[in-house]
Design a protein around this ligand. Structure first.
Ligand SMILES: Cc1ncc(COP(=O)(O)O)c(C=O)c1O
Length: 456
């Protein structure tokens, strides 16, 4: 055991030192064609094994060829940067290797997960909420929809669908995980109504109301509204309080997809964006986005207790043997064996405290408004709108956003993506990494102008 332990410590140290140093010297990985990369890396698996030291060398080589999402040139997704306390704790999770279904198997890890969920629920004013962790916002949205389906159609879980004509609503700019979940859960993707948005990308409540009435008149059963708090491209927040006034009296389930934006609840200045969230039946919240903990880390909160168990509980004599169900979350979770996604978030929370999170969120917003201001000042650029959150959408006048983004990646300058707003492809800059400096944004904007100038 002694030998194994020192091998582990030695290998991890050697690997981290090499990987972090390389990422510092080469902060952006130029893109290469997939098959060329596969041939160069020799990824094949064979009959004979290799020494641990050779495997560590392999890992260092792989890391050198992996996109650096924590660099200050990565703006491509809704995550980026690196939080040390969270990464240290994530490493410990791998070493401890507990499965988060029972207190017997995971001990105090279950208790800190419970504390985490309690604290998060208080922040969104759902004091009695229950919660669970999933591997991503797509699964949290799926779970919200599952709970709603089983409340609206109580026989469905046991007997399957029985001639119902369920219909659900989500905005035209919401995430694709919503229709995907409708397909998985047997509701049918065609029964998802895409409600039009206003000029700022927010679901229009009067359109929602009109569509619900039309569906009721044609004999369908509306049961679920997905409101997005922070849409993927524009960062728009649907008007939760107005939507709750429509769903509440009708007994429709209101789910808030806050995978991206629920973290604004950590900032007293920004949480008004979530006004009305306390009326939601369920809320999806991804700490792996704005809170910067390593992927995956996603939470679903349900305002009412007992719903998770009602939809997910199964008997398993070999597993749920001891302790009461309150400390055996496996009984109310999509997963059976489940990785410990709580520890990294808990450790980061211990490090930051609520006040540190607030500063982190404020920094992300400040970077977004800095970028927006600079884009407005530069003649060749057009800002789509004042960013409601931390995605800044813009374009280079007369140039293809798609080509600009591709060239930046090909030349190893930066990774940044594009999305569609009002039918046009625009560059989406995400200031999710609070370690960015204003000069990094200046560098990016000059690089964008330079590659655009080379385009016809
Ligand atoms: C609004 C929204 N909901 C859900 C998701 C899905 O989250 P995940 O990638 O964790 O599955 C995303 C991802 O970007 C998102 O932007």
């Amino acid at each position: 055991v002694e030998d194994q332990n020192s091998e582990l410590i030695g290998s991890v140290n050697r690997m981290l030192a090499a990987v972090l140093d390389d990422a510092r010297v080469h902060p952006v990985l130029p893109s290469s064609a997939p098959e060329e990369l596969a041939a160069r890396l020799e990824l094949g698996l064979g009959r004979e094994g290799r020494s641990l030291s050779q495997v560590v060398d392999d890992l260092v080589t792989l890391a050198a060829n992996t996109p650096r999402t924590s660099s200050r040139h990565f703006f491509n997704q809704l995550f980026g940067g690196r939080e040390t306390a969270a990464v240290v704790a994530e490493t410990l999770s791998a070493v401890l290797n507990n499965s988060m279904y029972t207190y017997k198997a995971a001990g105090c890890q279950i208790l800190l997960e419970r504390e985490l969920l309690r604290h998060m629920a208080q922040l969104v004013k759902m004091p009695d909420a229950e919660g669970s962790l999933q591997a991503g916002g797509s699964l949290s949205n799926l779970l919200g929809l599952l709970l709603a389906r089983n409340r609206a159609f109580p026989q469905w879980r046991e007997k399957g669908p029985a001639g119902q004509r369920p219909v659900l609503y989500t905005s035209s700019e919401s995430h694709y995980s919503v229709p995907k979940a409708a397909g998985i859960l047997g509701i049918g993707r065609e029964n998802v109504r895409r409600i039009v948005v206003d000029e700022r990308g927010r679901m229009r409540p009067e359109e929602l109301q009109r569509q619900i009435l039309a569906d009721e008149r044609s004999g369908r059963t509306p049961f679920f509204v997905n409101a997005t708090a922070g849409t993927t491209v524009r960062g728009a927040f649907d008007p939760l309080d107005e939507l709750a006034r429509i769903t509440g009296p009708r007994g429709l389930w209101l789910h808030v997809d806050g995978a991206f934006g629920a973290s604004v609840s950590l900032s007293p200045h920004r949480k008004r964006l979530l006004r009305g969230v306390e009326n939601a039946d369920s809320l999806a919240w991804d700490p792996h986005k704005m809170m910067g903990v390593p992927l995956p880390c996603s939470v679903l909160l349900t305002r009412e207790r007992g719903l998770l168990r009602a939809s997910l509980s199964e008997k398993a004599d070999y597993l749920f043997q001891e302790n009461d169900e309150a400390v055996n979350p496996g009984d109310r979770n999509l997963h059976c064996g489940r990785r410990n996604d709580a520890l990294k978030l808990w450790a980061a929370w211990r490090y930051f405290g609520d006040s540190g999170w607030e500063r982190r969120i404020e920094r992300q917003f400040a970077l977004a408004s800095y970028a927006a201001r600079r884009i407005r000042e530069i003649e060749e650029l057009r800002l789509v709108e004042e960013p409601p959150c931390i995605t800044v959408c813009f374009e280079v006048l007369g140039k293809s956003s798609e080509q600009v983004c591709r060239l930046l990646a090909e030349q190893g300058l930066a990774k940044i993506g594009y999305g569609k707003v009002h039918g046009r492809k625009v560059i989406r800059l995400v200031t999710v990494n609070p370690g960015l400096r204003e000069e990094d944004l200046e560098t990016l904007l000059s690089q964008i102008l330079a590659v655009a100038a080379g385009l016809g």
